[in-house]
Design a protein around this ligand. Structure first.
Ligand SMILES: Cc1cc2nc3c(=O)[nH]c(=O)nc-3n(C[C@H](O)[C@H](O)[C@H](O)COP(=O)(O)O)c2cc1C
Length: 226
């Protein structure tokens, strides 16, 4: 199988999508007889190559982050570039891996329906969509916290290499949290928020020299000289 893999994160190789996608691809390559090419949609000048890759593939997997409850612009632009292939004989089967900052999969259900319908309109067999929340900051977590997720993603890739299908049960397991329980919600809104602010957002703002202006309200009180 010639697999076309796309990373739809504007952060390219540095992003979480690429990180998860690579674990999936490692799993695929553990079964013999496959090759893959990985394209980063952030390299927008290569759009023609992205389409060529799609037309020559036996299967396609596209990983990207949730952006404002939908997709990054580069992913939308990629979909639009495929329009001339709508309904073409022999379009490859397609599957998706979406990951997000918020922990609940429910945020991604609308997008999942969109992708299923898009696949149908393109004339691609729809393989399914992995939805995984709470991925922002994942790579800063200790290995024992993320080991389970990464090995499941790898197992999904291995199964895909064996059968050409994305295992539904594994997809369900990877997207572990449809909604937060009331107790977790309470924790997230109180201690969790405070910890994220101290450990993450405040640090980011300091690194970017924005901390002193964190309470600025530019629409209410425009800064001097605006
Ligand atoms: C512009 C922007 C919009 C985002 N919108 C959402 C969102 O609507 N819901 C969400 O849960 N996470 C959102 N996120 C968080 C990303 O989905 C999350 O950080 C993801 O892991 C980034 O993946 P990447 O490193 O592959 O780009 C957003 C991030 C950015 C930069």
């Amino acid at each position: 199988m010639r697999l076309a893999a796309y990373n739809g994160s504007p952060k390219g190789e540095r992003g979480n999508s690429n990180f998860l996608l690579r674990h999936f691809l490692d799993g695929v390559m553990e079964t013999p007889g496959h090759s893959y090419e990985l394209a980063h949609l952030s390299k927008v000048k290569e759009q023609e190559r992205f389409v060529e890759l799609f037309t020559g593939a036996d299967a396609v997997i596209l990983a990207f982050p949730l952006y404002t409850d939908m997709m990054p612009g580069i992913v939308k632009a990629f979909f639009e570039s495929l329009e001339p292939l709508c309904g073409r004989e022999g379009n490859p089967p397609i599957g998706f891996i979406i990951q997000s900052g918020f922990p609940e999969s429910v945020h991604m259900r609308g997008l999942e329906s969109y992708l299923e319908q898009l696949s149908r309109r393109l004339g691609c067999r729809y393989l399914g969509t992995v939805l995984r929340g709470g991925v922002e900051g994942m790579r800063a977590q200790p290995a024992f916290v993320t080991r389970g997720l990464l090995s499941s993603i790898r197992e999904l890739g291995r199964g895909f290499g064996r059968t050409g299908e994305l295992d539904r049960e594994l997809i369900r397991r990877i997207g572990n949290r449809e909604r937060l329980s009331p107790l977790r919600l309470l924790f997230t809104r109180t201690i969790g928020n405070w910890m994220a602010k101290k450990a993450f957002w405040d640090r980011r703002m300091k690194e970017n020299y924005a901390y002193e202006r964190r309470l600025a309200q530019p629409y209410v009180e425009p800064p001097e000289g605006w």
